[in-house]
Design a protein around this ligand. Structure first.
Ligand SMILES: C[S@@+](CC[C@H](N)C(=O)[O-])C[C@H]1O[C@@H](n2cnc3c(N)ncnc32)[C@H](O)[C@@H]1O
Length: 304
């Protein structure tokens, strides 16, 4: 692609997205369409490092090469950027293969504006620029591809290719805003892209998300809270894997949550329904359920 076309595309992306500062000095975007920020306002960079890179043990696993990463909902590319920074700090020669799935190509383009890209090392900044502008990047230690489209469809092509990820970053907007990416059927496809020893991490600790992962044949563990957390919180997210060896068991409170109505998972039998249809189906199933109500579980554990 010639330079002027690249600049025009980058400017178009930047014009659509207004950077919002987060508490660690890095920036995020707010999506009007989904009514939500792309990251925790406590810190976008910190969230990528803690809930995705640390949770999938990439620092410990970077000695092994090659490593394959699947970034579901690539967005600004922060989870990929944090992973590459971490892996190459430990092992600069590690060969990394990254596939990102993203609906909206203007998001990664908006994210390569100077203030947004500054927190990452220069080598990683170059990679983020190439991925945003051309949807791929090849260097001696990296093969990266960004697949633009609905992840419910692109994941099926990835399954056909036999892609097996050592780490999956699972980062859609929240289940209520984007239920189509938290269904049993979507997790079944994603699980087919997870290597037998691979780990999937997400920021969500919702019972319906955890139930969908279990229904897709995965084991689950918790991402524990850090010291300074709000009183109503019980976890920072969920890790899923086929092996249990590196999973932190759920607390008794989290296990009981999985027996409440909140643990009825979203369904999308053909992977084509819109959000409203999936939410309606879910509400009908919850209304018909004989399980304990989530409010009674909350009262029992003193969650306000
Ligand atoms: C919470 S943000 C992801 C943040 C990102 N991981 C990062 O570090 O910047 C959710 C992303 O999902 C994308 N998205 C929404 N619906 C999608 C779909 N059906 N398929 C693929 N991506 C989707 C949005 O465009 C947005 O970029």
């Amino acid at each position: 692609m010639d330079d002027s076309l690249q600049t025009t595309k980058a400017n178009a992306g930047a014009a659509l997205w207004v950077p919002q500062p987060t508490q660690d000095g890095s920036f995020t975007f707010f999506s009007e369409a989904f009514g939500e920020s792309f990251h925790s306002l406590a810190g976008a960079r910190q969230e990528a490092l803690l809930k995705f890179v640390t949770a999938t043990r990439l620092r410990e696993r970077a000695a092994r090469s090659p490593l394959r990463l699947l970034d579901v909902c690539y967005g600004l590319g922060y989870n990929t950027a944090a992973a590459l920074e971490t892996i190459w700090t430990v092992n600069p020669r590690c060969q990394v293969d990254v596939v990102g799935l993203e609906l909206d190509a203007t998001v990664p383009l908006g994210a390569i504006a100077p203030a947004l890209i500054d927190p990452w090392p220069p080598e990683v900044q170059e990679i983020l620029r190439a991925i945003a502008q051309t949807h791929h990047c090849t260097t001696p230690t990296l093969q990266a591809k960004l697949w633009i489209g609905d992840a419910r469809q692109t994941i099926q092509s990835l399954v056909q290719q036999g892609f097996q990820a050592d780490a999956i970053f699972f980062d859609p907007f929240s289940p209520r805003r984007c239920p189509q990416l938290w269904t049993v059927e979507f997790f079944q496809q994603v699980a087919r892209c997870l290597a037998p020893t691979g780990m999937l991490a997400t920021y969500s600790r919702s019972a319906c998300v955890r139930a969908a992962m279990l229904a897709a044949g995965l084991h689950i563990g918790t991402i524990p809270l850090v010291d300074d957390h709000p009183p109503h919180e019980w976890s920072q997210g969920t890790v899923a894997a086929f092996e249990t060896s590196h999973l932190l068991p759920l607390s008794p409170m989290e296990q009981e949550h999985l027996h409440t109505r909140a643990a009825i998972p979203y369904r999308d039998p053909q992977l084509t329904d819109d959000a409203a249809t999936i939410l309606q189906r879910h509400q009908a199933e919850q209304r018909a359920s004989q399980r304990e109500s989530t409010s009674s579980w909350r009262r029992r554990w003193g969650i306000v």
